[in-house]
Design a protein. Structure first.
Length: 418
């Protein structure tokens, strides 16, 4: 299994480690060793191949057996990030009513401090109100037909066979329920955008397996059609899209607050009219001129840090961070809201089941399944949206007072970088 660091870096052709005669393929080490031993052997091999030291990567006390076939393959250790806390922030909504501390994993200095100041301003002004307005995870199978006429006929058939499609989809899941089916036709192709309620799980795998079962039922009962793929990009997963912005995916959630004149002046060193003008010129005119689909300052910052801390699917930051930040002067006070059309999160399954991520979720009181099912994930969504609101508010204030660079220079600048 071993190669010298020199040969690994020389650029000469060599056999991959998995192809060395008599060796065990790297991805099959768990068949011969315990998960921890397999990771250690794999890590040692990578150290020899690359000449690097992975001492820190291997120093975690986490249990390797909980990772195999669940969260990652070819495991060599754990990547560690600083975990900080922002808050408390006062949030009330359908699932929240209290003050919450929000865990955030990041390597960007000044980020947590920035969101923390926004949370302080919101809490001193009476808190944020958050509400989930829609909650469906989507998958969009693509079917092809010989003609547009067949495609139109299929859409009518699918709508009249809703019960059969639903029964087939729900046969694969205990918690998932098919709630919505929206057809989109292009020529002789049809996308069926299926929307599922998924309880406290983010539900991507649940929706995929249910959609596959639904597609099998469709092909058996409407033989004119052929499923090209279970995911035809009208879902739309892990990419920015207009359909998610318009129709939502995962949880559509809104958070709002009214920031008082005294807090604007004393905490944020700003005023209502100035922040509103900046928001309109920056987040709406600037985004429109840039042809951006996101009309916010830095919503991805808060979402990525919370996702990393709580075991969410990091790639879904792409669509989850789509955000509309609105402001309105109300006298000398400032109304501010954020709308997140497609926040894709869960409190069970995936990375949320890892020990450290589960502990991070427990800080907010949302670890595991809720009672009733789905309540923990909805509560989590309301807290995340309030954190995004805090980040948006503070960024506007920092740019208005021209303190953005100063804050990063003080908190986020490596002494070696000038």
């Amino acid at each position: 299994m071993a190669h010298s660091p020199k040969s690994a870096r020389s650029g000469r052709e060599r056999k991959p480690a998995d192809e060395t005669p008599g060796s065990i393929p790297m991805h099959r080490l768990e068949e011969h060793f315990s998960p921890g031993e397999a990771a250690a052997k794999r890590r040692s091999m990578i150290e020899k191949l690359t000449g690097s030291s992975l001492k820190s990567v291997g120093s975690s006390g986490l249990d390797y057996s909980g990772i195999v076939n669940k969260n990652a393959e070819n495991v060599i250790g754990f990547m560690q990030m600083p975990l900080g806390i922002a808050g408390p922030i006062s949030v009330r909504g359908s699932y929240t009513n209290g003050e919450f501390y929000v865990p955030m994993a990041t390597t960007e200095g000044a980020l947590i401090a920035s969101i923390n100041r926004g949370m302080k301003a919101i809490t001193l002004s009476g808190g944020a109100y958050s509400v989930v307005t829609k909650d469906l995870m989507t998958r969009a199978p693509l079917f092809e037909f010989k003609s547009a006429g067949d495609a139109v006929e299929f859409v009518a058939w699918a709508e009249s066979n809703w019960k059969g499609i639903t029964a087939a989809a729900e046969s694969t899941t205990t918690h998932g329920r098919l709630k919505e089916m929206l057809p989109f036709i292009m020529g002789n192709n049809v996308w069926l955008r299926l929307g599922f309620s998924t309880g406290d799980a983010m539900g991507m795998n649940m929706a995929t397996m249910a959609s596959e079962a639904a597609c099998s039922f469709i092909e058996e009962n409407f033989p004119k059609g052929h499923m090209v793929t279970v995911s035809g990009n009208m879902c739309s997963d892990k990419k920015e899209s207009g359909v998610n912005s318009l129709l939502g995916r995962g949880k559509t959630v809104i958070s709002e607050a009214l920031i008082t004149e005294s807090v604007l002046g004393n905490v944020l060193k700003s005023n209502a009219q100035g922040l509103h003008n900046l928001n309109m010129k920056k987040n709406f005119l600037g985004s429109a001129r840039a042809l951006s689909g996101k009309f916010s300052g830095h919503s991805a910052n808060a979402i990525a840090a919370i996702f990393a801390a709580t075991g969410q699917d990091i790639a879904q930051v792409v669509e989850s961070s789509g955000c509309f930040t609105l402001t309105e002067p109300r006298g000398s006070d400032l109304y501010i809201s954020v709308t997140l059309p497609s926040l894709e999160i869960g409190t069970v399954g995936g990375g949320s089941s890892l020990p450290t991520q589960r502990e991070a979720l427990s800080i907010m009181g949302v670890s595991g399944g809720g009672n009733p099912a789905g309540s923990n994930a909805s509560k989590f969504a309301e807290i995340i949206s309030a954190a995004v609101l805090a980040g948006e508010l503070n960024l506007l204030a920092a740019q208005f007072s021209r303190d953005l660079g100063k804050a990063h220079g003080r908190l986020g600048r490596n002494s070696g970088a000038r």
